[in-house]
Structures are given as structure tokens and as C-alpha cells.
Unconditional design. Structure first.
Length: 427
């Protein structure tokens, strides 16, 4: 097959180049779109079928990020050989522990599991064994690790992916959305088999299994200190009273969003909070002329937002500009603040990159960047293989990561390369 020419020389040069045939599209589940389970009797049927199935279970969840408050699941999809695909609406049920019991001892296959495991946990679901196809693809060195891309690469067909950003709290869920949801677990078992082959061929399957178990057994993240400080754009503010305004507006927005079960940003966006904190308006017209304060919630609730700003103006409880942290400073200032630490980091990074290149994986999967920064900034008092190994283990590095990186870091830290002149001249 040859391309059509347009008459210009550049086109004619490519007339003999083959045109790749489009990949076949997986656009429908092999057994059709299943009905949505929304009753306890249906849940019991699903549990019996899944318990009687064989092999691992593909699991996925759909949230309504950007539409509803929080990150709870609005649809859970499960597929297991011999049991078929089950779509479960958790909203009227709230507790899916019967499904968890049915899958006792069964390996769960998820793509990007850290996104879905928290909302599944809220429903009483947690795997006894885990296989993460996205993380496996990273460790296998695949160039793209989205589910559709990995399926194209390893299974040879494309996956219809039209509704990933949909409002999954919609009821009833449209049939095309349900078809999309069922397809998300349709071939996870086949994908797992292909990824295992790749990992085994490169001697990295044990690395992957250790990573999966680390995710599965990780402690829940502790509550954030001052979560309002994550307001996007807050770095623009340099005044403590302005920070107090952000705090008051953020907390009020959070409470209102939770009561209304809506995403906080749908009430007023972060940019509006920061703009109002900078301007500190004292009247409703001034507030509504602040950039970002538009839409029904901004207008209808204007007195509410104005009260927050007034409270910030009067409070004696001004937040500090920065909260204490044990994290290292940004690396861009290391050369000025601690040239020795900067030299350690400068030396270690390319050497770790070389190891990652040899293993054909992203360097951030070889060693968490935060672990490297913390260790380079404050290494053990005595640097040797044992102390570096212990420090990595204390930071939470997995054993396979320690085996691949501890010696490299030890040598880099004991004999760091001199910093480039451009680094030492930075302010």
C-alpha cells in the first residue's frame, strides 16, 4: 500500500513507505455490557460468582473527581475468569466487604493501584495480593504506561477510552459509560501475563513483586498539617494576614463543599481564594470584582466569603509564613547553603541514571527522588556501605532498590565530583 501523492517533491519522496494499518479497537466487552448491581441480593450473586472463579481478579473503580466531594468510588468493576465482569454501584450499598471476602487469597490486578486502593478501602475492600500493571510497565521499561498504551504495546489492539473524565456520580449511568467501565477490566489478566513475561526475561519480576507488596502493606498517609497550604498559587503571598484569609476561605469552602457533596473548586476556584486574599476586599461588590469570583456559588455565597475575609482581618491567630519541615531545601539553593551536599547530589544523580538505564527503567523507580535528596543532604556521620544501606532502609527503600543503589551512593558520597563552576556561582 502506498500513500497518495500531492504533487510536491516532499510527498513524492514517501510514496513507497508502507502505511501502518490501524490497530483493531476493543470497543465492547466479550460478554456484552453487564447490568449494574445496586442491591444486596445482587451483591450476593456477584460474591458467589467471583468466589467460584479462577485465577486473579481484575479490579477498577471510577470516581467523580472534580464533581463530587472527596474521592469515593461511584462504580466498582471486577472481572475474574469463570465469573465474568461485574459492575457494582457502591452508593446504595456502602459496604462491599462481602466481595472482599469472596476474593480472599486472590491476587487483584489494578492499573495505577495507588489511585483506586484508598476508595476501595473505604468500601471494605483490600487485596491479599496485588499486581499493578502500570507499575509493572514502568519497571519493564515500556515507553508509555497508560492502560490504553500498554494494551496497544503488548496485546496489539487499542482500547476505547472516551469517558475517563466523566461525572461517574451520574444516575443512571449511560450505557456507553458502562461499556467503557467494563473494558477497563476486560483484559487485565492477559496484560498481567505479558508483563510477567517481560519482567522475567529481564530478571525484574522479583523487583515488581516487592514493589506491589510495599504498596499493599503501606500505612495510610497521615493527615496533612495545614492542608489549606496546598491551595494552588499560594506561593504568591508573602503576608501572614493574607495567609489567614486563605485559611479562612479554604476551610469555609471545604465545609460547604462537604455538606453539598460537591468538589470544592466548583464553589470557588483556588485562584479566586488567592486573589481575594491578596486584595482583602471589604464589600460584596469589591469581592465580586476580584478575579475568579464568578458563578452562582460566588455570587450567592458572597456574604459568606466576605465574612471569612473579615475574620482574617481581625484575627490575632496569624499563621506562620512557613511550617517547620524536616525536608531538605530545594536543590537549587544547595550550592550556596551546603556545597558538600550539592556535590554529593550532583555526583549521585548521573550514576543512578546509568544504573536505571542499564536496568531499562525510570530512575525515579530505581530510587525515590526524595530518598536521594534526603540522604545527600544529611548522610550518615560515617559513610560506608553498611550505613548507607541502613539509611536507605530507614527511609523506606525496598530491598531490591538498596541492592542496586547502596554501593553506587556510597562511592559517590565518599568521593564526590567537584561542582560545575556555573553551580558554584549561583546566588
Amino acid at each position: 500500500m502506498t500513500a497518495q501523492t500531492s504533487g510536491n517533491p516532499a510527498s513524492e519522496l514517501s510514496t513507497d513507505e508502507p502505511v501502518a494499518a490501524p490497530l483493531p479497537v476493543l470497543d465492547a466487552p466479550r460478554e456484552g455490557v453487564p447490568l449494574v448491581i445496586d442491591s444486596f441480593s445482587g451483591l450476593e450473586r456477584a460474591a458467589r460468582a467471583l468466589a467460584a472463579g479462577t485465577g486473579p481478579a481484575g479490579v477498577d473503580a471510577e470516581r467523580a473527581s472534580g464533581f463530587r466531594y472527596g474521592q469515593r468510588a461511584f462504580l466498582v468493576q471486577i472481572r475474574r475468569e469463570g465469573a465474568g465482569t461485574w459492575l457494582i454501584d457502591p452508593e446504595p450499598l456502602r459496604d462491599l466487604s462481602i466481595i472482599n471476602d469472596a476474593l480472599s487469597g486472590v491476587e487483584w490486578i489494578l492499573h495505577a493501584s495507588t489511585q483506586d486502593l484508598p476508595c476501595l478501602s473505604e468500601l471494605g475492600m483490600w487485596p491479599d495480593k496485588l499486581f499493578d500493571t502500570e507499575l509493572a510497565a514502568r519497571l519493564a521499561g515500556l515507553p508509555r504506561v497508560g492502560l490504553a498504551a500498554v494494551i496497544e504495546n503488548l496485546l496489539g489492539f487499542s482500547l476505547a477510552k472516551e469517558h475517563s473524565a466523566a461525572d461517574w456520580s451520574t444516575r443512571p449511568l449511560p450505557e456507553p459509560w458502562l461499556r467503557y467501565a467494563a473494558l477497563d477490566v476486560e483484559v487485565l489478566a492477559e496484560l498481567r501475563e505479558e508483563l510477567i513475561k517481560l519482567l522475567e526475561a529481564d530478571g525484574k519480576l522479583a523487583f515488581a513483586e516487592e514493589e506491589f507488596e510495599a504498596i499493599r502493606t503501606a500505612d495510610p498517609a497521615p493527615p496533612r498539617t495545614d492542608p489549606w497550604r496546598r491551595t494552588s498559587g499560594m506561593h504568591q503571598l508573602r503576608d501572614r494576614r493574607q495567609l489567614a484569609a486563605v485559611r479562612e476561605l479554604w476551610q469555609e469552602r471545604e465545609q460547604l463543599a462537604e455538606r453539598r457533596d460537591t468538589a470544592p473548586g466548583r464553589l470557588i476556584p483556588d485562584a479566586a481564594i488567592v486573589a481575594a486574599a491578596r486584595a482583602m476586599p471589604s464589600t460584596v461588590p469589591q469581592l465580586l470584582s476580584t478575579p475568579g469570583f464568578h458563578g452562582r456559588a460566588a455570587h450567592k455565597e458572597a456574604p459568606r466569603w466576605l465574612r471569612c475575609i473579615a475574620a482574617a482581618r481581625e484575627t490575632k491567630d496569624l499563621p506562620p509564613l512557613h511550617i517547620p519541615t524536616n525536608s531538605p531545601p530545594p536543590p537549587r539553593v544547595w550550592a550556596r547553603n551546603d556545597p558538600a551536599a550539592a556535590a554529593r547530589l550532583h555526583t549521585a544523580k548521573p550514576r543512578l541514571a546509568a544504573v536505571a538505564d542499564r536496568l531499562n527503567m525510570p530512575v525515579e523507580n530505581l530510587l525515590t527522588p526524595d530518598h536521594l535528596r534526603r540522604l545527600a543532604w544529611r548522610p550518615p556521620a560515617v559513610i560506608d556501605l553498611d550505613t548507607i544501606t541502613a539509611a536507605l532502609r530507614g527511609l523506606g527503600a525496598r530491598e531490591w532498590q538498596i541492592q542496586q543503589t547502596a554501593a553506587v551512593l556510597t562511592v559517590a558520597f565518599l568521593d564526590p565530583d567537584p561542582l560545575p563552576e556555573k553551580e558554584t556561582e549561583k546566588d
